[in-house]
Design a protein around this ligand. Structure first.
Ligand code: ADP
Length: 465
């Protein structure tokens, strides 16, 4: 009963079993192998049941010594691929017996192929050191080849002429590293990403089409370039506007003053003022407007200087405290006129950037904390420096002022945008735009958080020294 049961299992297992002697004659097999052939197997030579391409491997396996085993892939004459384990199980009177355990992997191969087809992925193999290559249908499709790509030379011939020698060099260099990835353009205008790995003496490459991505990146680069150009033009324009318009403005203000001085007290023949009081008040309005415009031009000039970053060195190493001292020195008047306490939490670190510009950042933010203070309450400013990551610090400047609505958190950094009226709080709305420009020039970020009636926090990052 036990014997029958185990025989049944042996015969009908999905594993294929084969027993041969060293002449290659089939001595025994199970049903699983038998049902793949429509003729009697016993007594036949194994060359009958395997494809011709396996002859070398089969000859090698017949040389195995007693108890030796090899694992390999074989192809049956029906073209099905099998994984095989071959062992020499008996050696008697110079006759050896070999056992084959095999299972069909064609099904896996087909599934594998399907995954590649669905994913439009190409697979390519190169027998390193030879000119021999293999490619699957997906690879042939990607490369636009009508058949299998059979040689390395042929593989290179599909690559864009300007790139093929670069790709050749990269592949040969990559082999030394075992695993690598390259991107190149084909003559058919497709961009290909090829990921390779060395397996024994074969280079196995998986290729896929990244044309869409590359076209988007290229378009983004063009847009970025345009944007940079526009920005530069805008900064140039702001500089010209603020610098060159000053002269005619001075002319208007100068002649309006002269006009006022000359005609203020002059009388005509009938002893009437040549210019009446109303006329004089018009002149005063012209002068006042000139003054306001001049202030705005000063600010615009300061902004465009920050934007151009002329003569600034952005990679100085300095202690953040030195920039703070410089800012306090410039704010001297405002600090001494107000009840203001500035505290630093922890140690100020060494940072990388332009000291003068960062001093300007401190000056503008602290200046605002003093200006936008709560009535009858001393100003408290707290400067906190934290490590953001291994390359950057996060600097936060917190005040206890009037605060602002968070819906304006971005708007306050735009030139000439103010949340408060001039008669409430003086200013032109350029201070934070300058601060933002300076931080951006350093390649860093700035943002603010606030709560009305509680205070605001201005945060920016800076590179570690
Ligand atoms: P200005 O102070 O000349 O108006 P800024 O660019 O420095 O220009 O500030 C822009 C606006 O942001 C201010 O008009 C003000 O409404 C708001 N603001 C700036 N700093 C603070 C602060 N610390 N607290 C509350 N509001 C502020």
């Amino acid at each position: 009963m036990t014997l029958t049961y185990s025989q049944d299992m042996f015969n009908n297992s999905s594993l294929m079993f084969l027993l041969i002697d060293n002449a290659g004659t089939i001595i025994q097999h199970n049903n699983s192998l038998k049902k793949r052939f429509d003729y009697k197997l016993i007594g036949k030579n194994i060359n009958n049941i395997f494809s011709n391409s396996c002859i070398v491997l089969l000859k090698q396996s017949l040389k195995l010594s007693f108890n030796e085993t090899i694992k390999c892939e074989l192809i049956l004459s029906s073209d099905k691929k099998v994984k095989a384990e071959i062992s020499c199980i008996k050696e008697k009177n110079s006759i050896k017996y070999f056992k084959f355990y095999m299972y069909d992997i064609s099904e896996y191969d087909e599934k594998f192929q399907m995954i590649f087809d669905v994913g439009e992925i190409g697979m390519w193999q190169w027998e390193i050191g030879t000119d021999l290559t293999h490619s699957c249908d997906g690879m042939n499709y990607l490369f636009g080849s009508t058949g299998e790509i059979k040689s390395y030379t042929e593989f290179l011939s599909f690559i864009n002429r300007n790139e093929s020698s670069r790709v050749d060099a990269l592949i040969k260099e990559g082999i030394k590293k075992n695993k690598f990835r390259i991107i190149f353009k084909l003559k058919n205008e497709k961009y290909i990403s090829l990921k390779c790995k060395v397996y024994h003496n074969t280079l196995i490459g998986i290729a896929w089409d990244i044309t869409d991505k590359m076209v988007n990146v290229k378009q983004m680069q063009i847009n970025m370039k345009k944007l940079e150009q526009n920005n530069e033009e805008l900064e140039q324009f702001a500089y010209i506007a603020s610098h060159d318009l000053r002269e005619p403005l001075m002319g208007i203000a100068g002649f309006a003053s002269l006009f006022k001085r000359r005609y203020e007290k002059s009388l005509d023949s009938k002893e009437n003022y040549i210019i009446d009081k109303k006329g004089m008040s018009y002149i005063d309005i012209i002068l006042e407007s000139c003054k306001k415009m001049s202030l705005k031009m000063d600010d615009l000039l300061a902004w465009s200087r920050a934007a151009r970053g002329d003569n600034e060195v952005f990679n100085q190493i300095f202690n953040l405290n030195d920039a703070l001292i410089e800012a306090k020195f410039s704010l001297n008047g405002k600090l001494s006129n107000s009840d203001c306490q500035i505290s630093v939490v922890g140690q100020m670190p060494n940072v990388k950037g332009s000291k003068t510009m960062i001093a300007q950042v401190f000056q503008n933010i602290i200046g605002n904390a003093i200006k936008y203070k709560k009535e009858n309450q001393p100003v408290k400013i707290e400067i906190n420096v934290k490590t953001l990551n291994e390359k950057k610090y996060l600097i936060s400047i917190k005040d206890n002022g009037i605060g602002f609505d968070m819906k304006h958190a971005k708007r306050i950094f735009t030139a000439f945008q103010r949340l408060h009226a001039v008669n409430e709080y003086s200013g032109t709305g350029i201070g934070l735009a300058i601060v933002k420009k300076i931080i951006e020039k350093h390649g860093e970020d700035i943002w603010a958080t606030s709560e009305i009636g509680i205070g605001s926090i201005f945060n920016f990052t800076l590179g570690k020294a």
